[in-house]
Design a protein around this ligand. Structure first.
Ligand SMILES: C[S@@+](CC[C@H](N)C(=O)[O-])C[C@H]1O[C@@H](n2cnc3c(N)ncnc32)[C@H](O)[C@@H]1O
Length: 256
Protein backbone atom coordinates (compact mmCIF):
# COMPACT_ATOMS: atom_id res chain seq x y z
CA UNK A 1 0.00 0.00 0.00
CA UNK A 2 1.24 3.53 -0.83
CA UNK A 3 0.97 6.40 1.66
CA UNK A 4 1.12 10.15 1.09
CA UNK A 5 3.70 11.96 3.25
CA UNK A 6 0.89 13.25 5.53
CA UNK A 7 -0.62 9.77 5.92
CA UNK A 8 2.78 8.24 6.63
CA UNK A 9 3.55 10.84 9.33
CA UNK A 10 0.13 10.33 10.88
CA UNK A 11 0.57 6.52 10.67
CA UNK A 12 3.97 6.70 12.40
CA UNK A 13 2.60 9.05 15.09
CA UNK A 14 -0.37 6.75 15.70
CA UNK A 15 1.88 3.67 16.01
CA UNK A 16 4.12 5.57 18.45
CA UNK A 17 1.08 6.59 20.48
CA UNK A 18 -0.33 3.05 20.59
CA UNK A 19 3.06 1.68 21.70
CA UNK A 20 3.38 4.44 24.32
CA UNK A 21 -0.14 3.66 25.60
CA UNK A 22 0.70 -0.05 25.94
CA UNK A 23 3.86 0.60 27.93
CA UNK A 24 2.80 3.76 29.78
CA UNK A 25 4.10 4.48 33.26
CA UNK A 26 2.62 7.16 35.57
CA UNK A 27 5.24 9.74 34.53
CA UNK A 28 4.38 9.36 30.84
CA UNK A 29 1.08 11.28 30.96
CA UNK A 30 2.53 14.39 29.32
CA UNK A 31 4.15 12.35 26.53
CA UNK A 32 0.86 10.61 25.74
CA UNK A 33 -0.96 13.94 25.84
CA UNK A 34 1.56 15.54 23.43
CA UNK A 35 1.15 12.61 21.05
CA UNK A 36 -2.64 12.62 21.31
CA UNK A 37 -3.40 16.28 20.74
CA UNK A 38 -3.07 16.11 16.92
CA UNK A 39 -6.05 13.70 16.93
CA UNK A 40 -8.12 16.15 18.97
CA UNK A 41 -7.25 19.03 16.67
CA UNK A 42 -8.11 16.91 13.62
CA UNK A 43 -11.52 16.03 15.05
CA UNK A 44 -12.41 19.64 15.78
CA UNK A 45 -11.12 20.87 12.39
CA UNK A 46 -13.51 18.44 10.70
CA UNK A 47 -16.30 19.51 13.11
CA UNK A 48 -15.82 23.18 12.15
CA UNK A 49 -15.25 22.59 8.42
CA UNK A 50 -18.33 20.35 8.16
CA UNK A 51 -20.48 22.55 10.44
CA UNK A 52 -20.82 19.93 13.17
CA UNK A 53 -20.80 16.81 10.93
CA UNK A 54 -23.64 14.58 12.23
CA UNK A 55 -24.01 16.98 15.17
CA UNK A 56 -25.17 19.95 13.06
CA UNK A 57 -27.84 21.00 15.61
CA UNK A 58 -25.14 21.16 18.28
CA UNK A 59 -22.97 23.29 15.94
CA UNK A 60 -25.82 25.74 15.26
CA UNK A 61 -26.72 25.96 18.97
CA UNK A 62 -23.14 26.67 20.05
CA UNK A 63 -22.72 29.44 17.48
CA UNK A 64 -26.07 31.09 18.24
CA UNK A 65 -25.55 33.98 20.72
CA UNK A 66 -29.29 33.76 21.54
CA UNK A 67 -29.15 30.05 22.47
CA UNK A 68 -30.72 29.23 25.86
CA UNK A 69 -28.39 28.50 28.77
CA UNK A 70 -27.97 24.83 29.65
CA UNK A 71 -30.95 23.45 31.69
CA UNK A 72 -28.95 21.32 34.12
CA UNK A 73 -26.42 24.05 34.87
CA UNK A 74 -29.19 26.62 35.31
CA UNK A 75 -30.99 24.31 37.77
CA UNK A 76 -27.81 23.73 39.80
CA UNK A 77 -27.26 27.49 40.04
CA UNK A 78 -30.87 27.92 41.22
CA UNK A 79 -30.45 25.10 43.78
CA UNK A 80 -27.27 26.76 45.06
CA UNK A 81 -29.29 30.00 45.60
CA UNK A 82 -26.84 32.04 43.55
CA UNK A 83 -28.16 35.56 43.29
CA UNK A 84 -27.98 37.80 40.23
CA UNK A 85 -27.87 39.82 38.19
CA UNK A 86 -24.75 38.21 36.68
CA UNK A 87 -23.80 34.53 36.69
CA UNK A 88 -20.03 34.16 36.22
CA UNK A 89 -19.27 30.82 34.55
CA UNK A 90 -15.89 29.22 33.87
CA UNK A 91 -16.12 26.44 31.25
CA UNK A 92 -12.93 24.36 31.51
CA UNK A 93 -11.91 22.18 28.54
CA UNK A 94 -14.66 23.92 26.55
CA UNK A 95 -13.51 22.85 23.08
CA UNK A 96 -13.50 25.41 20.22
CA UNK A 97 -16.79 26.90 21.42
CA UNK A 98 -18.63 26.43 24.69
CA UNK A 99 -21.62 24.05 24.75
CA UNK A 100 -23.38 25.99 27.52
CA UNK A 101 -25.60 28.46 25.63
CA UNK A 102 -25.81 32.15 26.47
CA UNK A 103 -29.28 33.38 27.55
CA UNK A 104 -31.10 32.79 30.84
CA UNK A 105 -34.34 34.20 32.29
CA UNK A 106 -32.60 34.42 35.70
CA UNK A 107 -29.17 35.87 35.05
CA UNK A 108 -26.99 37.72 32.62
CA UNK A 109 -24.59 34.91 31.69
CA UNK A 110 -20.86 35.76 31.55
CA UNK A 111 -18.92 32.77 30.24
CA UNK A 112 -15.14 32.46 30.34
CA UNK A 113 -14.21 29.46 28.16
CA UNK A 114 -10.79 27.80 28.44
CA UNK A 115 -9.07 24.87 26.78
CA UNK A 116 -5.48 23.65 26.51
CA UNK A 117 -5.89 23.74 22.71
CA UNK A 118 -7.38 27.26 22.69
CA UNK A 119 -4.68 28.64 20.33
CA UNK A 120 -5.22 25.76 17.90
CA UNK A 121 -8.97 26.37 17.96
CA UNK A 122 -8.48 30.11 17.28
CA UNK A 123 -6.53 29.09 14.15
CA UNK A 124 -9.31 26.72 13.06
CA UNK A 125 -11.93 29.48 13.37
CA UNK A 126 -9.66 31.92 11.49
CA UNK A 127 -9.23 29.38 8.66
CA UNK A 128 -13.01 28.89 8.54
CA UNK A 129 -13.62 32.67 8.48
CA UNK A 130 -15.89 32.52 11.55
CA UNK A 131 -15.80 33.53 15.22
CA UNK A 132 -17.69 31.89 18.11
CA UNK A 133 -19.80 34.10 20.43
CA UNK A 134 -17.30 33.41 23.25
CA UNK A 135 -13.68 32.84 22.24
CA UNK A 136 -12.01 29.90 24.01
CA UNK A 137 -8.85 31.04 25.79
CA UNK A 138 -5.69 28.91 25.61
CA UNK A 139 -5.47 27.80 29.25
CA UNK A 140 -4.80 24.25 30.50
CA UNK A 141 -7.07 22.94 33.25
CA UNK A 142 -3.98 22.12 35.32
CA UNK A 143 -3.12 25.83 35.61
CA UNK A 144 -6.11 28.17 35.58
CA UNK A 145 -4.20 31.10 37.10
CA UNK A 146 -4.31 32.97 33.76
CA UNK A 147 -8.08 33.50 34.19
CA UNK A 148 -8.20 33.97 37.97
CA UNK A 149 -8.50 37.76 37.49
CA UNK A 150 -11.95 37.08 35.93
CA UNK A 151 -13.11 35.12 39.00
CA UNK A 152 -13.98 33.79 41.43
CA UNK A 153 -16.74 32.13 39.39
CA UNK A 154 -20.26 31.19 40.52
CA UNK A 155 -20.12 28.10 38.32
CA UNK A 156 -17.04 26.16 37.26
CA UNK A 157 -18.11 23.64 34.62
CA UNK A 158 -16.42 20.79 32.80
CA UNK A 159 -17.94 18.35 30.31
CA UNK A 160 -16.06 15.36 28.93
CA UNK A 161 -12.66 16.94 29.41
CA UNK A 162 -11.28 15.61 32.72
CA UNK A 163 -10.59 12.28 30.98
CA UNK A 164 -8.49 14.21 28.39
CA UNK A 165 -6.28 16.07 30.89
CA UNK A 166 -2.64 15.36 31.67
CA UNK A 167 -3.48 15.39 35.38
CA UNK A 168 -7.17 15.21 36.38
CA UNK A 169 -6.33 15.70 40.07
CA UNK A 170 -4.37 18.89 39.34
CA UNK A 171 -7.31 20.06 37.19
CA UNK A 172 -9.81 19.46 40.00
CA UNK A 173 -7.51 21.22 42.47
CA UNK A 174 -7.37 24.24 40.14
CA UNK A 175 -11.16 24.28 39.78
CA UNK A 176 -11.55 24.35 43.58
CA UNK A 177 -9.35 27.48 43.55
CA UNK A 178 -11.57 29.26 41.02
CA UNK A 179 -15.03 28.65 42.48
CA UNK A 180 -16.62 31.41 44.60
CA UNK A 181 -17.84 30.76 48.16
CA UNK A 182 -21.40 29.48 47.66
CA UNK A 183 -20.65 28.56 44.05
CA UNK A 184 -20.66 25.12 42.41
CA UNK A 185 -18.26 22.98 40.42
CA UNK A 186 -20.23 20.92 37.89
CA UNK A 187 -18.70 17.90 36.17
CA UNK A 188 -20.36 15.64 33.62
CA UNK A 189 -18.64 12.83 31.83
CA UNK A 190 -19.34 9.77 29.82
CA UNK A 191 -18.28 6.82 32.00
CA UNK A 192 -14.92 5.11 31.30
CA UNK A 193 -14.08 6.91 28.06
CA UNK A 194 -10.43 5.76 27.94
CA UNK A 195 -11.58 2.13 28.06
CA UNK A 196 -14.34 2.87 25.49
CA UNK A 197 -11.82 4.55 23.16
CA UNK A 198 -8.98 2.03 23.75
CA UNK A 199 -6.74 4.79 25.21
CA UNK A 200 -6.49 6.47 21.79
CA UNK A 201 -5.79 10.18 21.30
CA UNK A 202 -6.32 12.25 24.46
CA UNK A 203 -8.60 9.60 26.01
CA UNK A 204 -6.19 8.67 28.79
CA UNK A 205 -8.43 8.57 31.88
CA UNK A 206 -11.67 6.95 33.00
CA UNK A 207 -14.32 8.65 35.13
CA UNK A 208 -16.44 6.12 36.99
CA UNK A 209 -19.13 6.32 39.68
CA UNK A 210 -18.67 3.66 42.37
CA UNK A 211 -21.55 3.95 44.82
CA UNK A 212 -21.52 7.56 46.02
CA UNK A 213 -17.92 8.13 44.93
CA UNK A 214 -16.37 9.43 41.71
CA UNK A 215 -13.18 7.65 40.72
CA UNK A 216 -10.64 8.67 38.10
CA UNK A 217 -8.42 5.84 36.92
CA UNK A 218 -6.24 4.39 34.20
CA UNK A 219 -4.04 1.29 34.01
CA UNK A 220 -1.57 2.78 36.52
CA UNK A 221 -3.54 4.87 39.03
CA UNK A 222 -6.96 4.90 40.72
CA UNK A 223 -7.98 8.00 42.70
CA UNK A 224 -11.21 8.41 44.69
CA UNK A 225 -11.93 12.05 43.78
CA UNK A 226 -14.84 12.24 46.24
CA UNK A 227 -12.49 11.32 49.10
CA UNK A 228 -9.79 13.66 47.79
CA UNK A 229 -12.28 16.54 47.70
CA UNK A 230 -13.71 15.65 51.12
CA UNK A 231 -10.24 15.93 52.70
CA UNK A 232 -10.03 19.46 51.27
CA UNK A 233 -13.43 20.62 52.57
CA UNK A 234 -15.59 19.96 49.49
CA UNK A 235 -18.70 17.75 49.18
CA UNK A 236 -19.10 15.88 45.91
CA UNK A 237 -22.53 14.47 44.99
CA UNK A 238 -22.47 11.77 42.36
CA UNK A 239 -25.32 10.86 40.02
CA UNK A 240 -25.09 7.99 37.54
CA UNK A 241 -27.43 8.30 34.57
CA UNK A 242 -28.07 7.12 31.04
CA UNK A 243 -27.89 9.60 28.16
CA UNK A 244 -28.85 8.30 24.73
CA UNK A 245 -28.12 4.70 25.81
CA UNK A 246 -24.64 5.52 27.21
CA UNK A 247 -23.72 5.64 30.92
CA UNK A 248 -22.76 9.09 32.20
CA UNK A 249 -21.79 10.48 35.59
CA UNK A 250 -22.70 13.95 36.86
CA UNK A 251 -21.12 15.58 39.90
CA UNK A 252 -22.01 18.64 41.92
CA UNK A 253 -19.10 19.84 44.07
CA UNK A 254 -19.63 22.46 46.79
CA UNK A 255 -17.40 23.97 49.49
CA UNK A 256 -18.51 23.06 53.07
C1 LIG B 1 -14.29 15.74 24.27
S1 LIG B 1 -13.74 17.41 24.18
C2 LIG B 1 -15.04 18.21 25.14
C3 LIG B 1 -15.24 19.64 24.75
C4 LIG B 1 -16.46 20.30 25.39
N1 LIG B 1 -16.34 20.36 26.83
C5 LIG B 1 -17.73 19.58 25.01
O1 LIG B 1 -18.36 18.96 25.86
O2 LIG B 1 -18.05 19.63 23.82
C6 LIG B 1 -12.38 17.46 25.31
C7 LIG B 1 -11.67 18.79 25.36
O3 LIG B 1 -10.70 18.77 26.41
C8 LIG B 1 -9.62 19.55 25.98
N2 LIG B 1 -8.43 19.29 26.79
C9 LIG B 1 -7.56 18.26 26.71
N3 LIG B 1 -6.62 18.36 27.65
C10 LIG B 1 -6.89 19.47 28.36
C11 LIG B 1 -6.26 20.11 29.44
N4 LIG B 1 -5.16 19.60 30.02
N5 LIG B 1 -6.79 21.26 29.91
C12 LIG B 1 -7.90 21.78 29.33
N6 LIG B 1 -8.54 21.22 28.29
C13 LIG B 1 -8.04 20.08 27.80
C14 LIG B 1 -9.46 19.17 24.53
O4 LIG B 1 -8.67 20.10 23.83
C15 LIG B 1 -10.90 19.14 24.08
O5 LIG B 1 -11.31 20.38 23.59
Amino acid sequence: MRYTVGEAVSFVARRAMQKAARTARPGDNQTLWNLGKADERRFWRAWIDQQGMEWSDDFQQRLDPGAPFDDWVEQQAIDASITGPVLGVLDVGAGPVTCLGYRSPNWEIHITATDALGSDYAGLWRDAGRMPPVVTRPVPAEDLSAVSYMGPFDVVHMRNALDHCVSPVAAIEQMTQQVADGGVILLRHEVNEAENESYKGLHQWNLEPRGDNLHVWNKNVDVNLTGWLDERGFDCQTEALDIGGAPWVRNVVTRR
